[in-house]
Design a binder for this molecule. Structure first.
Ligand code: PLP
Length: 401
């Protein structure tokens, strides 16, 4: 038996058209983007990339559905680096101090760039989340009110960056309330949607997000190595590019173009990745993110109910929120009394069940959940899991502990 319960790391399997689209691009398309003589294959690549931007803007609430405000890079890690470091560089050059405000549940994709920027002089405020991994919006409101959100006189530029949902325990932050606070205070809000894009509905423009960073290979169901950001136009104009180079446009200039999306897209993009992502987004649109969310909620409920019916239930500690709901994904961090989570994950793997043990690139989150230093065993469900697989997982756990 082979059961994949590591969808928080990367979704698998992918919808069938995804691999076909990657192969088709490499076999029949293959032209570079804006770097040819506009033959049919060049135009094919241009339309593919444009269509993929449009689809992302439609699915994730891009501003005015403007494809120019969707930029590609290798994934959410790179997108967060581009946004956070580019904002820091821009404000620092104009003589401002930057104050980054984040949470105690962040993945290292947020935590490490911020730690590096702190070394370079940024102020860093890490807001404590409660034990279930959620942030009380009042804590954010208080953090902003102390130092005035965007204090032009003292030239302190605040910026809030956080993950929409925890990759460790599946807790979803109250993004509407958070966005309401940052919008009223005029503070940019940057969101890491690694765990939520494609899994629950997101509308970046309705939330007035400054940048929504996404990765293609998790809930968006695409291949690895493709991701990017949806930008608010005025915020994009405030951010300096992290990487300069050829864009296939404005080639007479030695300076990086300021036009979107070229400003943040130097070098040849991952075109096979974009082909796969576009196929995945088309599948998502046809399936419906609402339907995906309710299906995963049902699977999550089955997981929790089977866990609680286990004769070994008393030995199981579940972290994060106890029930499925709007603020919980099907990402379950567990520890089982008397078991080392790494050894248990190894035994599960030998039996055909893929999970992930340890710290999940998120030591801050584990500190918040009280699971340092050992971390936890994470089982994360995806659209293609079944209730039978969940039953089999718990049967197997019971036989191993
Ligand atoms: C919340 C969160 N942020 C960032 C990342 C990094 O994603 P990628 O490796 O695709 O850049 C992950 C992946 O595990 C994640 O779960």
């Amino acid at each position: 038996m082979s059961v994949y319960l590591n969808n928080a790391a990367t979704s698998w399997p992918k919808p069938e058209p995804v691999a076909r689209a990657v192969a088709d691009f490499l076999t029949n398309g293959g032209a570079n983007l804006g770097r040819g003589a506009s033959g049919a294959r060049d135009i094919g690549t241009m339309s593919l990339v444009l269509d993929c931007r449009i689809k992302l803007a439609e699915l994730l609430g891009g501003y005015d559905k403007d494809s120019r405000l969707v930029t590609f890079c290798s994934g959410v890690t790179e997108a967060l680096n581009v946004v956070l470091k580019g904002f820091f560089e821009s404000k620092t050059r104009s003589g401002c101090k930057v104050k980054f405000i984040t949470t105690s549940m962040e993945h290292n994709a947020v935590a490490r760039p911020l730690a590096a920027l702190k070394e370079r002089g940024a102020e860093l405020v890490i807001l404590p989340c409660v034990a279930d991994g959620t942030l009380d919006p009042e804590v954010l409101a208080l953090a902003l009110s102390k130092d005035c959100a965007y204090d032009k006189a003292r030239c302190i530029a605040d910026i809030v960056v956080l993950s929409h949902a925890s990759n460790v325990c599946g807790s979803v932050q109250p993004l509407e309330k958070i966005a309401d606070i940052t919008r009223r205070r005029g503070v940019p809000l940057v969101v890491d949607s690694a765990q939520t894009a494609g899994v629950i509905p997101i509308d970046a423009a309705a939330l007035s997000l400054s940048a929504l960073c996404f990765t293609g290979h998790k809930g968006l169901m695409g291949p690895q190595g493709i991701g990017g950001a949806l930008w608010k136009a005025d915020f994009a104009s405030e951010v300096l590019p992290l990487i300069e180079g050829g864009t296939g446009s404005f080639s007479h200039l030695l300076s990086q173009p300021s036009d979107m999306p070229d400003k943040f897209e130097s070098g040849t993009p991952n075109l096979p990745g974009i082909a796969g992502l576009f196929a995945a987004l088309s599948w998502l649109a046809a399936t419906g993110i609402d339907n995906i969310a309710s299906h995963e909620k049902e699977l999550g409920e089955a997981f929790l109910s089977r866990m609680r019916r286990s004769p070994q239930a008393e030995r199981v500690t579940l972290y994060g929120l106890p029930e499925m709901g709007e603020n919980r994904l099907g990402v379950f961090a567990l520890n089982i009394g008397g078991c080392d989570n790494g050894i248990l994950a190894g035994k599960l793997s030998d039996a055909g069940f893929d999970t992930r043990p340890g710290l999940h690139c998120a030591p801050l989150a584990h500190k918040t959940l009280g699971t340092l230093p050992e971390g936890s065993l994470r089982a994360s469900i995806g659209y293609f899991n079944t209730k039978d697989e969940i039953e089999a997982f718990w049967d197997c756990v019971e036989s191993l502990i």
